[in-house]
Design a protein around this ligand. Structure first.
Ligand SMILES: Nc1ncnc2c1ncn2[C@@H]1O[C@H](COP(=O)(O)OP(=O)(O)OP(=O)(O)O)[C@@H](O)[C@H]1O
Ligand SMILES: [Mg+2]
Length: 235
């Protein structure tokens, strides 16, 4: 059974529909890249999947025991997040908060997972540092480690490479591959088509409605992709 199935989904703000006709599913271990121009509805769809924005039409069906608390999420960054006043350990650990329920502390299992993720991303030496003092690439690793503390089956990233230099972006994509190899599905919104297509298995193209959903190979051959890639190069 699919982890997530979106059926005839639409979203609107103040009665104005910004995204419609969305029909696709996320399977266990999938790696889906969402593409589309600015304002095409990518972040809105992700907020819908996370339950942060209610759809105006259609259904989002969760399967395979997936709950929204099992989804790791890295939002599109803004300046406020970059200056967030907390240290690295506190931020990574906060990825376990939704697993604590009414328990007001992290237990042994939580601490083990927090330490494993600090190690996985090579940031254990930064754990007492303030988040705001880190480089963009280091901050991204901290946010990934935090997201993986809650992701058991699905990780969603909204433009995670936009503030990274090419080498930090390459590191990020390598880490995502490692995560996907552990059978954790990945949905990534990206304008970095070269890297995303090298790593993804499927593409979802939005232009305020669903224009394409299928394999990367089929997408690259499609007229939609040719047109979109030309428009991106012309920006
Ligand atoms: N909170 C909001 N209130 C009103 N309109 C909104 C709101 N958030 C988004 N929109 C509108 O919905 C449309 C889709 O926005 P969305 O943020 O989903 O686009 P996007 O594809 O993620 O764009 P980008 O590539 O710039 O991040 C846009 O026209 C945007 O102006
Ligand atoms: Mg967006």
């Amino acid at each position: 059974m699919a982890l997530i199935q979106c059926v005839d989904l639409s979203f609107a703000y103040n009665g104005n529909t910004v995204l419609s006709d969305v029909n696709f599913s996320v399977q266990k271990g999938d790696y889906i890249c969402i593409v589309g121009a600015n304002g095409s509805g990518k972040s809105t769809l992700i907020k819908g999947i996370l339950g942060l924005k209610k759809q105006s039409n259609g259904e989002i069906i969760f399967g395979d025991g997936l709950k929204s608390a099992d989804v790791g999420y890295i939002p599109q960054q803004n300046a406020i997040q970059k200056n967030f006043p907390a240290n690295v350990y506190e931020i990574v650990a906060s990825g376990r908060l939704n697993k604590c329920g009414l328990r007001p502390f992290y237990n042994k299992q939580d601490k083990k997972i927090i330490d494993e993720n600090l190690n996985l991303f090579g940031i254990e030496n930064l754990k007492h540092k303030s988040f705001s003092e880190l480089s963009g690439g280091q901050q991204q690793k901290v946010l990934l480690a935090r997201a993986l503390c809650s992701a058991e089956k699905l990780l969603i990233l909204d433009e995670p490479a936009s503030s990274l230099d090419p080498s930090a972006a390459a590191d990020l994509y390598a880490l995502l591959k490692k995560i996907n190899d552990k059978s954790i599905a990945i949905i990534i919104v990206s304008h970095d088509l070269t890297n995303s297509f090298l790593n993804s298995k499927k593409v979802l193209h939005l232009e305020n409605k669903q224009i394409f959903f299928g394999s990367v190979e089929d997408y690259i051959k499609s007229d939609t992709a040719q047109r979109f890639m030309r428009s991106v190069k012309n920006v």
